[in-house]
Design a protein around this ligand. Sequence first.
Ligand SMILES: Cc1cc2nc3c(=O)[nH]c(=O)nc-3n(C[C@H](O)[C@H](O)[C@H](O)COP(=O)(O)OP(=O)(O)OC[C@H]3O[C@@H](n4cnc5c(N)ncnc54)[C@H](O)[C@@H]3O)c2cc1C
Length: 454
Amino acid sequence: MASTACKRLSAQSPSGASVLRGSSLSHLKRVGPDKDAPPLSVLPTGLLCRSLVASAVTSTPWLLTPAISFLSYICRPRRPFLLDVRRNRALAWLMKQTVYKQFCAGETLAETRATMGRMRDMGFRGTIITLATETVFDHGKNRVHGLGVESGADKRAAICPAIASWRKRILEAVEILSEGDQLAVKITGAGPLVTEALAAGELLPLQMLDALDEISTRCKAQKAHMLIDAESQLYQLGILRAGLELMQKYNRDGHTVIYNTYQAYLKSTPASLAEQLAAALDGGFTLGLKLVRGAYLATDKRSLMHDSKQDTDDAYNAIALGALRQCLLGFGGTDEGARPFPSVRLILASHNRESVLAAHKLHTQRLEQGLKTVPVVFAQLQGMSDSLSFGLLRLGGAPEVYKCSTWGSLDECLGYLARRAAENRDAASRTRDEYAVLKAEAWRRLRRVFATGR
Ligand SMILES: Cc1cc2nc3c(=O)[nH]c(=O)nc-3n(C[C@H](O)[C@H](O)[C@H](O)COP(=O)(O)OP(=O)(O)OC[C@H]3O[C@@H](n4cnc5c(N)ncnc54)[C@H](O)[C@@H]3O)c2cc1C
């Protein structure tokens, strides 16, 4: 029997259909208690209503464009009272109840923990939580923009307050992780001393190295992973290097504590990834490979990225499917001169239905045929692509699915929210599909109320 769940999942998107067209769907069997209910039936009605409103805005260009301008404006440092969420309580309340709650986990760890509990109740394996503070380098304006980052970078001081505060907040967040939850970190959130070192290609300050060590050790003790986020290009090479050093130390003896994030939109990614695959092979450790397309299209140097969306899609799929086949960038496979494939664990972070379904299909097929592959899990951001996340949970092979959620004060999260809004503008067809699926679910519930009176 061809899987109804998979058909429904792929049919929600024209692009999703193409990836499975002409292929057998027998590897994908439905799971879950109510097999005939659509994937979004798991979504509590309150969340469904909020998602509907958010999706209506993101899928309507004349609503989204002013929303993006508004979000970008209120991120600026010196804003008038009416547009300052730190001073204007009415605005803060409105933002918190709408856009913040849709996309973010909580302003405090107690709120974040409650959100994580709700994710688990909806069937996700766990939540990936990440503190919002970060430093973005805007290449076009040649400006550094610290979002919620503490200032003050006195190189002579024994202790840097920004690193100390970042370390404290991250360690407190590790404490609330339950089995299955993960921690993601934005290294640039630790402030100017760290970003200056990253930009200059220098070693991170000792205090930061100690902090990263302590966080990794605590994550290992909690059986959690630490995913090091990819950030602005100016800092990214240094971030990849720092992540590699942590992997060398912590991803041994059957543990994969650390993951680096690789941005498929960068032309340089195959070279950096090949270098890190070689290091894993030579050093005998596991490479934690979190793959994303990349979120800094609007601020990074354009020439460093692929010229078109299709090129980025091809690059993403080539890495994801290559890793799953254990044949990637000269590692694995039967080509002359290919080196053995190192130990790799894969996190596919994406809302792209086509990429995600193709990867899940290949992974399931290889397992069924007894072929070599690597462990893979899937992750989507809170408030985005819920139909894909819930649909994945119902597929055969019981894929592990995570929701990734950002926490921090409303003010700290504004930059993150502005980026999500801009990303939705660039993914118009996906947001329209998502809106259609949400509307269909709302109508289904309304019809049931009229039919059964409940
Ligand atoms: C769980 C999770 C964790 C994430 N962590 C990170 C992280 O650490 N660092 C990070 O940078 N991002 C991160 N992201 C965001 C990610 O990089 C993407 O911005 C976002 O997921 C949208 O890409 P997509 O794969 O979902 O699919 P799609 O919506 O199909 O792709 C959109 C993406 O395609 C690319 N693109 C769009 N237009 C063009 C163009 N004209 N030319 C070239 N490329 C183009 C951009 O990368 C854009 O974001 C994360 C996403 C998720 C789901």
